[in-house]
Ligand binder design. Structure first.
Ligand code: ADP
Length: 193
């Protein structure tokens, strides 16, 4: 398998870029945010439980998130690999992911981090909020809170994979195609190593 983590702050363009990468490498794109939003929009039991957490821009508890991610990964027959977007979002999730992949005789191959400054993030998400229908995209305080959660809880995941020589940073500001090219170059460079 070939497994990529697409990493970066909220609003850094992970969802947009995921489409190009999953096609290029024939991967299954798994976005935990999208999975949670599906539950929310369909008002499922899980959706009701996590609604207030997501609206506040906080992280859904690990036991829910990790369980859901594991089920999703194990639901594919002979996958070529995964493109993870929005997961892992803290060190505990990273360790659980590594453990699961190890059990499958696999590993995370590379983490690509999209680098976008906070002010650009706030601008982008407020803009997305005009049409996304996401309540967590409309309130600047919630957006800055999500950025804070990213810095405090998620950024250590970058270091965790950097220590394993698996992390690469790409400039996430520019045109969509330009950024796609940067990502593909970083992945190729990493795999050539
Ligand atoms: P963004 O990257 O724009 O914040 P996402 O769609 O990735 O959007 O996530 C939206 C929300 O879903 C998060 O603010 C959080 O509440 C929840 N969420 C998504 N992924 C995770 C995760 N791995 N762990 C905990 N909560 C998560």
């Amino acid at each position: 398998m070939f497994n990529i983590i697409l990493f970066g702050p909220p609003g850094s363009g992970k969802g947009t870029q995921a489409k190009t990468i999953e096609e290029k490498y024939d991967l299954h794109h798994i976005s935990t945010g999208d999975l949670f939003r599906y539950e929310l929009n369909n008002n499922t039991e899980l959706g009701k439980k996590i609604k207030h957490i997501m609206e506040a821009g906080e992280l859904v508890p690990d036991e829910i998130t990790i369980g859901m991610l594991k089920n999703k990964i194990l639901s594919f027959e002979n996958p070529k690999g995964f493109l993870l977007d929005g997961f892992p979002r803290n060190i505990n999730q990273a360790k659980e992911l590594d453990r699961l992949l190890e059990e499958l005789g696999e590993e995370v191959n590379v983490l690509i981090s999209l680098d976008v400054p906070e002010e650009e993030i706030v601008k982008r998400i407020l803009n997305r909020g005009k049409s996304s229908g996401r309540s967590d995209d409309n309130d600047e305080n919630v957006i800055r809170g999500r950025y804070k959660v990213y810095k405090e809880q998620t950024l250590p995941v970058f270091e965790y994979y950097q220590n394993k020589s698996k992390a690469r940073t790409v400039n996430g500001v520019g045109g969509i195609d330009e950024i796609s090219n940067r990502i593909l170059c970083a992945v190729e460079e990493h795999t050539k190593k």
